[in-house]
Design a protein around this ligand. Structure first.
Ligand code: AMP
Ligand code: ZN
Length: 468
């Protein structure tokens, strides 16, 4: 299995630190709003990487943080007149709903930066003790030039950075020993969330969060560290400088970065305002379509978002699900049970599609080619099944299809949509239960509907409902 490592700029054979195990850290979103579909790309891509490792029999420890203390969160909190904590908690919940809709598996652990401050303070202290950091007026800086390997991930040269850095110097930063130094701890400004530390009441810099959380939940050395390519510099470069200086060993074996999701060939981002939230896309499409669209390109290639490509993804997905539906239909009415000799041969021959799928995924997770293998398999299913097939043969074909699509996080078991009439009947029953003060039943109905994706809203004009 080969993985493109940003560090070496080559595809390398994957060798885990510990046999049968993968320790993986993926930088998560800053939670100050609904996530946009650019943020969704690393979530979908690295969830697929995880799923493929699991398919290959690895035990994956998958850690992905939420950055819940940040200038943007504070700004939003001030705008709304609420606490920063309220903003981050709200958007973590919303983000988790989006992830569920995109069938992103829950991480083994989602650490929150604000719950890990103690460990960050300890790590900063270690860096000071080792001479890699220094304090000035309550701020702690990392002494970048002291870390000899600085620039090894982003392939940047310190002197080029130095000339760029000078131009970027902002007020208050002239207390740094060197313009290349970056912040590990900063004192609070009025009204900002803050924690005690030996240097000032304040908060950690962004980079130290990931160094600490990765160490705490995965250990000093991990197999894979991942995120979008905008994180290579400075975020991941700084993480390496912090972790390797503090722990005295190589931080991550493989560095994986996804390309940008673009719109009109420009990076989709909140600051440019050219984004769609996952929520907005979910109103028009099943989020499975979004997932399928994301995986239709190689994760390192830029991907341009367009309505045409989403329609193509929708049609492609429909083709796979229709084949699964047909198999299920045939399975229900299959006459004979046991597989015949001829069917067995056909089934065995169809293993070539799974082999093609694996070959693509083994080559740096080439999901585009893996999907092509699934389409070939679908074609095989469509031309090699009928009413005279045995149940066992059909089931075998179905399980293989389900197994491959599950690696991609695509669910082929079509969700049965509730009919409007059934929903309305349940709402009526709930109204009757309320009249009789049977609130337990009324609540149970609301829950039952919610599970099926139906949201109830009690308004002055009566009960309204919508599909989630
Ligand atoms: P942020 O909330 O900006 O820190 O981003 C969270 C994750 O989303 C990071 O891994 C980013 O690299 C990634 N990301 C943000 N915008 C895009 C985009 N347009 N395309 C791909 N990845 C993105
Ligand atoms: Zn990070």
């Amino acid at each position: 299995m080969k993985i493109y490592n940003t560090m070496s700029k080559t595809k390398e054979e994957f060798v885990p630190l510990e046999e049968g195990k993968v320790k993986m850290y993926v930088c998560g979103p800053t939670v100050y709003n609904y996530i946009h579909i650019g943020n969704a790309r690393p979530m979908i891509v690295f969830d697929t990487v995880r799923r493929y490792f699991e398919y290959k029999g690895y035990n994956v420890n998958y850690v992905s943080n939420f950055t819940d203390v940040d200038d943007k969160i504070i700004k939003k909190a001030i705008e709304e007149g609420v606490t920063a904590d309220e903003i981050s908690r709200r958007y973590i919940e919303e983000c988790k709903k989006d992830m569920e809709g995109m069938n992103v598996k829950p991480a083994t652990k989602n650490p929150l930066a604000t719950e890990e401050i103690c460990g960050m303070v300890d790590m900063i202290q270690t860096l000071i003790d080792k001479g890699y950091a220094y304090e000035k007026n309550g701020t702690v800086y990392y002494r970048t030039r002291k870390f000899k390997d600085y620039g090894k991930l982003s392939h940047k040269n310190l002197d080029d950075l130095q000339s760029g850095g000078r131009a970027l110097l902002v007020t208050g930063e002239d207390e740094k020993e060197d313009p290349l130094d970056f912040v590990l701890w900063k004192p609070k400004k009025e009204g900002e969330p803050a924690w005690q530390s030996p240097w000032s009441e304040g908060r950690p810099g962004w980079h130290i969060e990931c160094s600490e959380m990765s160490k705490k939940y995965l250990g000093e050395q991990i197999d894979i560290h991942a995120g979008g390519e905008d994180l290579i510099f400075p975020h991941h470069e700084n993480e390496i400088a912090q972790s390797e200086a503090a722990n005295g060993k190589e931080f991550a074996r493989y560095w994986m970065h996804n390309g940008f999701l673009n719109i009109d060939n420009r990076k989709m981002s909140k600051s440019l305002g050219n984004f769609f939230t996952v929520r907005e896309i979910g109103e028009k499409y099943d989020l499975q379509v979004l997932r399928f669209f994301m995986l239709s390109a190689h994760y390192r290639s830029p991907l341009n978002f367009s309505a045409e490509l989403m329609e193509a993804a929708k049609n492609g997905l429909e083709r796979i699900i229709t084949a699964a539906d047909n198999l299920k239909f045939l399975m229900e009415s299959a006459g004979t049970e046991a597989i015949t000799e001829e069917e067995m041969q056909k089934y065995e021959a169809s293993a070539r599609f799974a082999a093609g799928f694996e070959k693509a995924m083994d080559d740096d997770f080439n999901t585009a080619d893996a999907i092509a293998a699934v389409f070939e398999y679908v074609k095989f299913i469509n031309t090699n099944t009928g009413t005279d097939n045995s149940k066992e043969y059909l089931e075998k074909l179905y399980s293989r299809l389900a197994e491959l699509t599950d690696v991609l996080g695509i669910i082929i078991d079509r969700k049965e949509e509730m009919l409007d009439a059934d929903i309305e009947a349940l709402i009526e029953e709930r109204q009757a239960a309320r009249k009789e003060k049977n609130f337990a039943r009324a609540d149970a109905i609301r829950e039952e509907l919610l599970e099926k994706g139906i949201i109830l809203e009690d308004t002055r004009e009566g009960v309204k409902w919508k599909r989630a």
